[in-house]
Design a protein around this ligand. Structure first.
Ligand code: GTP
Ligand code: MG
Length: 379
């Protein structure tokens, strides 16, 4: 009777009757070869072929998940798993189940999550050109710019983790973006992530991956979980460009050997208003992420420790009043000229811009405060 840790091999399966028997058999064999006891769980994602029947015949415990999706399948599998360690791999023979002991060994030595890295060992025909040279590098690259996980092949389907970290991972996504979610959550939770090189083989049976739909789901997931990059930085860029355009016009600074007038100022105002709007939305998104999704954005936390609702309101009033002042000045000079023709477009535009931004800042401050009303601060 083995007394060491136990392993659950979880295999998500949607119509994989060409490969599922061989996958289960090699997983069972890999476990038998190790000193570890374990189980092989196949999550049948409402397959319309004989996958479930074949998986059971090959020695797997079959779990049924009617809600389609790679993530849904894994969530059901993890719930059913009982092992101390969980090893994940596709049901299409692209991954070598004989590698299971290498993954397990890393966890035994202290890793929390072990990721396969296929990048240097992709067999001919295993990964389409579009995924190999465009989708994977772009999405993995962006993932690392946004979340700094250090994981090279963030979409690799063969992985392992200590089952006790599941509450920290708190996985929720239902589709292919589950692959990204797991890596990001592991990095955010400061888990120990290790990578081992593995070989990626050509697939048996038809691929279930839809390049653009699943690629977009990954991209969407990455952006939604990083409001600083989705809103705040683009908003800041717009605002700064707007301020430069306005300064160049008002200061009558010659650039490219020419002066810049009212149309440049209009463009500047436009950029400033949009910029402030987008930054405001980003701050609200960050507040939501911080208060309700346990997000931990350092700069946002520093900011909210320093600034209170009243600071935002005061800033909004100040900006708004300066707009009113400039506008009143235009009206006064119009009255003084006996309601004659006016030529103060620049000042009028500036006044309107400041007033709009003041109102944006004022009410965004309230919204930010509302978002924090029912927050549960983490200790
Ligand atoms: N896409 C997808 N896969 C599912 C679903 N349910 C289970 N799966 C399984 O999840 C695994 C991953 O899907 P694959 O089609 O292999 O996707 P992939 O590995 O990214 O792409 P390939 O390199 O073509 O294999 C396979 O074992 C599928 O059978 C589902 O609803 N959608
Ligand atoms: Mg696959």
């Amino acid at each position: 009777m083995p007394t060491g840790p136990t392993v659950s091999v979880v295999i998500p399966c949607l119509n994989e009757e060409e490969a599922i028997s061989a996958c289960v058999a090699s997983a069972v064999e890999a476990l038998a070869r190790t000193r570890l006891s374990g189980e092989v769980i196949v999550v049948d994602n409402a397959s319309e072929d004989r996958s479930a029947e074949l998986a059971a015949a090959a020695g797997a415990r079959v779990v049924f998940e009617p809600r389609r999706g790679y993530g849904s399948a894994y969530l059901a599998g993890f719930l059913a798993a009982t092992g101390d360690y969980v090893v994940m791999a596709d049901a299409d023979l692209t991954y070598d189940f004989a590698e299971i002991p290498r993954f397990v060994e890393r966890i035994e030595k202290g890793a929390d999550v072990v990721m396969g890295d296929r990048m240097d060992n992709i067999e001919p025909g295993a990964m389409p050109w579009l995924h190999r040279y465009v989708g994977n590098p772009l999405l993995s690259g962006l993932l690392n710019v946004l979340f700094r996980t250090g994981v090279r092949d963030a979409h690799c389907g063969m992985r392992a983790f200590r089952r006790s970290v599941l509450p920290q991972l708190d996985l929720r996504t239902t589709g292919m973006e589950f692959a990204s979610e797991m890596v990001i959550r592991a990095a955010k939770a400061n888990l120990r992530i290790e990578q081992i090189p593995i070989t990626y083989h050509p697939r048996e049976g038809e691929s279930k991956l839809s390049s653009f739909r699943d690629g977009w789901r990954h991209l969407r997931f990455l952006l939604l979980h990083r409001p600083t990059y989705l809103f705040v930085l683009p908003g800041l860029v717009l605002l700064i460009l707007g301020l430069i355009a306005s300064a160049v016009t008002i200061g009558q600074i010659a650039i490219f050997g020419r002066g810049w007038q009212i149309h440049t100022l209009i463009a500047g105002s436009l950029l400033e208003i949009i910029g402030v709007q987008v930054i405001g939305l980003g701050l609200c998104a960050l507040a939501y992420a911080t208060y309700f999704m346990s997000d931990d954005e350092r700069w946002f936390n520093l900011m909210r420790a320093r600034f209170r609702l009243e600071h935002g309101l005061a800033l909004g009033v100040l900006i708004g009043l300066s707009g009113v002042g400039l506008g009143a000045d235009v009206v006064v000079s119009w009255i003084n000229s006996g309601f004659g023709p006016l030529a103060q477009e620049e000042q009028a535009l500036l006044s309107a811009t400041l007033l709009i931004i003041g109102v944006q800042v004022f009410f965004t401050s309230f919204l930010l405060s509302i978002l924090g009303l029912r927050r549960e601060e983490r200790r």
